[in-house]
Design a protein around this ligand. Sequence first.
Ligand code: BGC
Length: 364
Amino acid sequence: MKAAAFFPATRSLQVVTDLAEPQITTPTGVKLRMIDVGVCGTDREVTHLTIGYPPAGSEYLVIGHEGIGEVIETGPEVTGLKPGDLAIPTVRRPCTDPHCRGCRSGRSDFCSTGKFTERGIMGIHGFMTERIVDEAEFLNPVPAELRHAGVLVEPLTIAEKSLLQAEQIQKRLPWGLDPAQCNCVVLGAGPVALLGALALRIRGFAVAVYSLEREPNPMADVLRAVDARYFSSQECSIEQLAEALGSIDLVYEATGAARFAFDVLRSVSPNGIFLMAGIPPHRPAAPYEIEELMRSLVYGNRCICGSVNASKIAFERAVEDLTAIHHKWPDALRSLITGRFPMERFSEPILQPTGIKNIIEITP
Ligand code: BGC
């Protein structure tokens, strides 16, 4: 079986052709024929050796954690999925520590030991291959109409988990997180940011995306089509942005650019919430005026919330939202996928990313 693999010892990306086809070994196992797998910044980080490692005993890691596949076989005890159905696997698999509350409650996205694994990233092969087997509990059914856009579900779950947390946190306010009263700013215009903007828009929030590139650019076009605003940080200061919007009540940070993010944090309105989903690269620590930051957090009841990975609940919301987005803004959704590559060329979008979202077509 063919697979797209990363070899850490030589830091090389190669298609391997000798991977054994996985077999169902449990009554609740499911075999998928992979259709599409998205490429993301984490794959690039894997090739920079800043994150990830192969399974024990393997000299390579099959990469890919944004996958959609078609069920081709199920174990005898599988319910809810049958051959022909489309499914999207979650990424993280729980640790085995009996005291890990996150993993023992089915919420490995809140694993507290750090001993979890992640398919295509940490210790287990990923989805950029012809067939995979996984347990039914880690698979999310998706409607057939999402066959060509379903690959966007996983990156959308990053926003969904963040938003679920924002909803919980803002229950501290008698008025909660009311879309009609909440101006959202999304930082960055990559796929995770744009999908976050779409998730907010489909819920009726006012959304402004704040990112580096000047207009015109394809990301701003997508946003215009969904009635979101776009501001370039080269043309508009953070103060001007805050003034133009009147208030910044929720920020969804998806750049990982720490200085930029913390500068925006100062302009968040009182009682606001700042969701951090972007992961900064490993660099020497940036100095920061932490006293001022702390004062602004306390005096303003501002809340910073970090968020990584996503549970099945977030996947379910992502499937629902993507279906709604597909119905309401089909062209905008389609325009997010800007590059399709065969497996033989999988290293190109990883090493030289262009456009918005690139995907590897496993079964065209
Ligand atoms: C994935 C998450 C994962 C994170 C860290 C992201 O790209 O979407 O599922 O937890 O990387 O490995």
